[in-house]
Design a protein around this ligand. Structure first.
Ligand SMILES: Nc1ncnc2c1ncn2[C@@H]1O[C@H](COP(=O)(O)OP(=O)(O)OP(=O)(O)O)[C@@H](O)[C@H]1O
Ligand SMILES: [Mg+2]
Length: 471
């Protein structure tokens, strides 16, 4: 029986997202609930569990309001195998490009790595102690010719269990103590490491649908290398004790991790907890192509991608190099600005597979102020840190930040509304001079207040041409 991995409660997920994303509460709530539902489903009796389909979500909202950012932060929560793909990157089967099934293969790779890391961590203590034992043997071999004037044969004498003969347990224990205390850190040991041969360098332009074949082929080639001349060789390396311990620990963990078990766990996790974020889904919706140039060409291909996507969202079997993955219970979260195309421009079957729609709001002046000040990685903090590396102290006064928010909002109103991305252009513009001269300003403090922002940005905002090209 698989242990159910603890997951965040919806409230916890939202509060994690709150640390980076301002507002957009409806979207945060929807994804938080969807996440928790995966965990709930796993605990429902078997017969019912199969009936419970994930409630896929479409996030709809203007550009630059946090759709992709929510996905990025969800991924970082690390609660489930997660992949973000861009719908516009895929092409219909039969055309050159990525086919939609590749998203499942990529997600499976992610799950494999995730489980492998966990298994490695679980075996950490074991691996570390095995590595320590091996290092002690190596140290004994190194030391032997010096401590006893023994003949070379004795030096190489190794017991049937791999341990060196003629060493008292006390001797070994004392070495262990020295090793742990760090007093042997400068000693050198010789360690055997496997030489990884760089594979034959070639790139094949995979036609769509050939993705899988290619990945199988590459694997096969990888295995072949072991048999090819020069493959599977090991080499000896002289390293100091801490480095030696690191290499040996790695080798021991490698031995301890059972890849069959990893694969089994990872497949289970992909199928029952996997999340695929399909960004820019509006780009594969029909109609509404910019400038009305939508000839039959792109439309056919977009419709084709949707039709290819459908079985995956609906539930089908996808062959990966780790085995067959059933996609029935993978959660899909799609997002798009839907400026030109509407959700109703998606093929009906696909629309039906995304029952939950959440709208994200356009951002106002107050949101901008909060975006600049609240997140721990806010732009203001980023600039402060960047300038600090040059010995320049940037101080943002509150009224300065308010003014920045106002300028950004005004630029969005007068020009195109590009959401919070406007903050990047405004700040970059404001600080360009400081950024350029920073190395000459070491030791100085630069205060950004409302007057300074008005002074610098006023001209830009007033002048139509400047506005258009600078902001
Ligand atoms: N609500 C928000 N809170 C904090 N930062 C935000 C918010 N909205 C956008 N940002 C910031 O603005 C930038 C663009 O946001 P994001 O990539 O999420 O836009 P989007 O909604 O996906 O737009 P598009 O439809 O153009 O892809 C990012 O740097 C992001 O951090
Ligand atoms: Mg986006």
């Amino acid at each position: 029986m698989t242990a159910y991995r603890p997951t965040f409660t919806p409230r916890e997920t939202v509060s994690e997202l709150d640390r980076y994303i301002v507002g957009q509460n409806k979207a945060k709530k929807a994804v938080a609930i969807a996440l928790r539902n995966r965990w709930r489903r796993r605990q429902v009796p078997d017969d019912l569990r199969d009936e419970i389909n994930p409630k896929n979500i479409i996030m709809i909202g203007p550009t630059g309001v946090g759709k992709t950012e929510i996905a990025r932060r969800l991924a970082k929560l690390g609660q489930a195998p997660f992949i973000k793909v861009e719908a516009s990157k895929f092409t219909e089967v039969g055309y050159v490009g990525r086919d939609v099934e590749s998203m499942i293969r990529d997600l499976t790779d992610i799950a494999i790595n995730m489980v492998k890391v966990e298994e490695t961590q679980r075996n950490e203590t074991k691996a570390a102690s095995a590595a320590e034992d091996r290092l002690i043997e190596l140290l004994l071999e190194e030391a032997r010719p010096h401590i006893q004037n023994s003949a070379p044969q004795t030096y190489f004498a190794v017991g049937p269990d791999g341990s060196t003969v003629n060493v008292s347990p006390a001797e070994r224990e004392s070495l262990r103590q020295q090793l742990r205390s760090g007093s042997l850190d400068d000693a050198m040991v010789t360690i055997k490491t496997a030489v990884s041969q760089p594979g034959p360098q070639f790139e094949i332009l995979a036609g769509a649908g050939m993705d899988d074949m290619m990945s199988n082929l590459k694997d096969a080639l990888g295995n072949l290398q072991g048999m090819m001349p020069g493959g599977g060789k090991s080499r000896e390396q002289r390293v100091n004790v801490p480095e030696g311990l690191r290499i040996l620990t790695e080798q021991e963990s490698e031995k301890l991790v059972d890849m069959d078990k990893v694969t089994e766990l990872a497949l289970d996790r992909v199928q029952n907890s996997g999340i695929i974020f399909v960004d820019e889904i509006d780009k594969i919706a029909m109609g509404g192509s910019r400038g009305g140039t939508g000839g039959p060409g792109p439309d056919i291909s977009r419709g084709g991608v949707q039709r290819d996507l459908l079985p995956i969202v609906e539930g089908s079997m996808v062959t990966t190099k780790y085995g067959v993955v059933r996609t029935d219970h993978i959660l899909f979260i799609a997002a798009g600005a839907f400026h030109e195309a509407k959700v109703s421009d998606l093929i009906p079957e696909l629309q039906g597979r995304f029952p939950i729609r959440v709208e994200l709001n356009a951002l106002g002046e107050d949101d901008f102020f909060r975006i600049l000040t609240e997140p721990r990685n806010s732009l203001v903090r980023q600039y402060e840190a960047l300038m600090a590396t040059e010995g320049v102290k940037l101080v943002f006064e509150e009224n300065g930040i308010r003014e920045l928010a106002r300028v950004a909002f005004e630029a969005n109103t007068r020009l195109e509304n590009i959401g919070a991305r406007r903050l990047h252009t405004v700040l970059e513009n404001l600080l360009e001079d400081v950024s350029f001269k920073a190395p000459e300003l070491t030791g100085k403090t630069i205060t950004i207040d409302a007057a300074l922002v008005r002074d610098k940005m006023g001209e830009v905002l007033e002048d139509e041409d400047l506005r258009r090209y600078i902001l």
